[in-house]
Ligand binder design. Structure first.
Ligand code: DQA
Length: 148
């Protein structure tokens, strides 16, 4: 199975960005642990980060033409605002898990709403970098179930 992991805006700054919320792990560390876990589970994991909404939309469209089986996405701040990302996920119809490092529900009210969550297979939030690894395991499980 081929899995695309998408990181939204400001996540390139992980490691130094608000460590109280996001910890000290860098994006490179997270990507490496995703690739390692993917290897041990027999998944081909590709990672992508952009600070630009339109580029994220383009990458989601590209995933459909690359026959990506599932997407793990942390839309970051666009979670709370982006109808464009929501529509891109709906248009490509690829199963996806929404991920957040922090528990968005114990933070400001404006972070409680997600534009994507009701279209997601599942959501993982609050476990720091481990949220991504839990999402990858959950997504694999889901993909096996629907292909059986
Ligand atoms: C985040 C939570 C968002 O509210 C925030 O805008 C981010 C990161 C998280 O991973 O906890 O940039 O998606």
């Amino acid at each position: 199975l081929r899995i695309l992991v998408i990181h939204g805006p400001n996540l390139n700054l992980l490691g130094t960005r608000e460590p109280g919320h996001y910890g000290h792990t860098t994006l490179a560390d997270i990507n490496q642990s995703l690739i390692n876990l993917g290897d041990s589970l027999g998944l081909e994991v590709t990672t992508y980060q952009s600070n630009h909404e339109g580029e994220l939309v383009d990458r989601i469209h590209q995933a459909a033409s690359e026959s990506i089986d599932g997407i793990v996405i942390n839309p970051a701040a666009y979670t709370h605002t982006s109808i464009a990302l929501r529509d891109a996920m709906l248009a490509t119809n690829i199963p996806f898990i929404e991920v957040h490092l922090s528990n968005i529900h114990r933070r400001e009210d404006f972070r409680h709403r997600s534009m994507l969550a009701d279209a997601a297979t599942g959501i993982v939030a609050g476990f720091g970098g481990t949220s991504y690894l839990l999402a990858l395991r959950g997504l694999q499980d889901h993909l096996y179930q629907i292909t059986e």
